[in-house]
Design a protein around this ligand. Structure first.
Ligand code: IMP
Ligand code: MG
Length: 173
């Protein structure tokens, strides 16, 4: 595989600091927060971000996967693990690695909204705005990127490359 660096460690770090400020300042200040991270892709981003959240928070995980052929999503989103807490009247921040077609976050936010949270906001590290197939926008966005397949910093290609400390795009498979 041929890959090229898209976002450096330093850029990621700086942007996450800014994002955490946005979240700390505007997300129902001082009220406790239930953070739900989508596995597996967001594990590194979420780990860095939550350490900058300066209030009482509780962290949970949902495992979601949309079957990825090669670098294309099928649009069918599966949950293999759900949260085991009551989110009724809670402030929820849902974290994912990347917003692409929007199928995943649309489905999961619809599903969580049925449980009547007080507020549900979403945060993604990356947003491929040009790829949307359903109407969905995230409240907090790290970087808007072009339509390229990216790996590293939690993002995989066929389960590999999640451990790369920066974000690369795939030039050739
Ligand atoms: P969506 O449902 O199409 O918005 O896709 C969201 C999910 O697809 C993300 O949580 C990722 O797991 C995966 N995904 C989308 N684009 C990429 C990419 O460029 N690299 C790695 N995974 C991706
Ligand atoms: Mg994912």
């Amino acid at each position: 595989m041929e890959k090229e660096k898209l976002i450096s460690k330093k850029e990621i770090k700086n942007r996450i600091k800014e994002l955490s400020k946005e979240i700390n300042d505007s997300f129902i200040k001082n009220e406790e927060l239930v953070i739900i991270c989508l596995l597996k892709g967001s594990f590194i981003f979420a780990a860095d971000l939550v350490r900058l959240i300066n209030r009482r928070c509780f962290i949970h995980f949902i495992k979601a996967s949309s079957y990825y052929g090669n670098t294309e999503t099928s649009g069918i989103v599966n949950f293999s693990e759900d949260i085991d807490i009551d989110i009724n009247n809670k402030n929820i921040l849902l974290i994912d690695d990347i917003l692409d077609t929007g199928f995943t976050l649309k489905k999961i936010t619809d599903f969580l909204n049925k449980r009547n949270p007080k507020i549900l906001k979403t945060c993604v590290l990356l947003d491929k705005k040009g790829r949307r197939k359903v109407d969905f926008e995230s409240d907090y966005i790290g970087f808007v990127i072009d339509d390229v397949f990216v790996i590293g910093y939690g993002l995989d290609f066929d389960e590999e490359y999640r451990n790369l400390p920066e974000i690369y795009y795939v030039k050739e498979l």
